[in-house]
Design a protein around this ligand. Structure first.
Ligand code: FE2
Ligand code: FE2
Length: 178
């Protein structure tokens, strides 16, 4: 190990940084498969956008049946999912990809489905199912990014933590209602 340096020497680092400066944040040290990362992040983006739509729909429907506290929770989650979508889109651009906001194929790209539900309980159950799908698929993406793209990994870890909170909130709502 003695003759194996931990870091690339400064001269090489500086030379590499000067080459291909148009690649911005994507340096030669970026070891992930960029195209796959962008594709996965676009699937996460679609998942978040479908979650925004589902929560918004539920927010207006719940408000219509005088379930104000549940409606407020739906609205808060909708806004947080929108924040996640923005974070993910920004990261895709940093990776020299293009965020896919095309409504055509949105549901196919999304990992979670769009199910409405008639009663308040059904609505909560459907968003809970969607959160649980997002939790599992983000966890897998995090494992895939590993040490090859720590920035995307950390971003998704933050988002995952919030999806877990969402799931927990929804379970509490269900318990209060029964
Ligand atoms: Fe989210
Ligand atoms: Fe969520």
């Amino acid at each position: 190990m003695a003759n194996k340096p931990f870091l690339t020497d400064i001269k090489t680092l500086r030379e590499r940084a000067r080459k291909h400066i148009e690649n911005g944040a994507v340096t030669e040290g970026y070891t992930a498969d960029r195209e796959t990362v962008v594709k996965l992040l676009n699937e996460a983006l679609a998942t978040e956008l479908v979650c925004v739509l589902r929560y918004k729909r539920h927010y207006f429907m719940a408000a219509g049946i005088n379930a104000e506290s549940v409606a407020a929770e739906f609205l808060q989650h909708a806004n947080e999912e929108q924040g996640h979508a923005d974070q993910i889109a920004q990261r895709i651009v940093q990776l020299k990809g293009a965020p896919n906001f095309n409504p055509e194929g949105l549901l196919t790209r999304s990992h979670a489905e769009y199910v409405e539900g008639d009663t308040l309980t059904d609505m909560i159950k459907e968003v809970l199912v969607a959160e649980r799908i997002a939790i599992d698929s983000y966890r897998e993406m995090i494992t895939y990014f590993g040490n090859d793209d720590p920035t995307s990994r950390r971003m998704l870890e933050g988002i995952l933590a919030m999806e877990e909170e969402h799931a927990e909130d929804l379970v509490s709502l269900l318990e209060k209602m029964s």
